[in-house]
Design a protein around this ligand. Structure first.
Ligand SMILES: Nc1ncnc2c1ncn2[C@@H]1O[C@H](COP(=O)(O)OP(=O)(O)OP(=O)(O)O)[C@@H](O)[C@H]1O
Ligand SMILES: [Mg+2]
Length: 235
């Protein structure tokens, strides 16, 4: 774990995230020079997350209670595993997944990035990979000079994965079906926490993903419906 000096995270709008976890506003400023201290783990994890969060969502904060509960479960599991293994720090490796369902513009992506940011300040190591489903398929399409299996493994093996807009774009192809199945089956079998969002409804999702993927998603994910209207229209 790399040591990150405390002043690196100024200007990141962290006060509300820290408050939501019951942490003091200056909690991240504690400087004990211990690379495994929860504060340093949080600084390190947050700086990685900040590089993954798009500019538009840079101040996102989760508002749905289900997301907060999910974070609690992941943090508790990481701490339990740390105690069991006597490890120097707690790391998120196993846990339930979440499927955020809702219409266009209701806030699914916002909530997802908010959850990433909030989990990052808890002092538990959380290593994310982030993609939209469309970008995932594009990145994995076999093409000259690219080892698409190696690329696939970076998504498959990411300790935490956000797959935004699953089931978007209508009819699946044989290729997208295979990617979905291989990715989701792997993470299902190993109980690797994954955050999915989709604006398809339950029937559309089954049509687009197929029975085998839908069945696994049902077992591995808590479904959360994001209600409301298109927030972009209000803007
Ligand atoms: N709780 C919130 N507070 C403030 N702004 C929000 C909140 N939730 C969403 N927004 C804003 O509303 C807009 C739509 O949110 P978002 O992009 O998350 O929608 P979405 O459900 O992912 O839509 P799509 O299905 O089109 O991807 C964005 O500009 C986002 O920043
Ligand atoms: Mg979105």
């Amino acid at each position: 774990m790399q040591y990150i000096p405390p002043n690196n995270l100024r200007g990141h709008d962290l006060a509300s995230l820290l408050a939501a976890r019951g942490l003091a506003p200056d909690w991240l400023q504690v400087n004990d020079f211990d690379p495994h201290s929860p504060q340093n783990v949080a600084r390190h994890t947050y700086s990685e997350v900040a590089a993954l969060v798009p500019f538009h969502y840079r101040s996102a904060v989760p508002t749905l209670p289900e997301l907060r509960q999910w974070i609690d479960v992941l943090v508790a599991a990481a701490k339990e595993a740390q105690a069991a293994r006597n490890a120097p720090m707690a790391t998120v490796l196993h846990g339930p997944s979440l499927l955020l369902l809702g219409r266009v513009g209701t806030g699914k992506t916002y909530e997802s990035y908010g959850a990433m940011r909030e989990l990052a300040v808890t002092g538990v190591r959380a290593q994310w990979h982030v993609t939209t489903a469309a970008d995932l398929y594009a990145a994995l399409r076999p093409r000259h000079g690219i080892d698409s299996e190696a690329e696939f493994r970076t998504y498959r093996d990411a300790p935490l994965l956000l797959v935004d807009d699953l089931g978007a774009g209508g009819k699946p192809s044989e290729f997208t079906e295979e990617v979905n199945f291989r990715l989701i089956n792997h993470r299902y079998e190993r109980q690797m926490p994954t955050l999915f969002t989709s604006n398809a409804d339950a029937d559309q999702l089954r049509d687009r993903l197929g029975d085998r993927v839908t069945s696994r998603l049902r077992e591995m994910c808590q479904r959360v419906v994001v209600k409301g209207t298109d927030r972009r229209r209000a803007a």
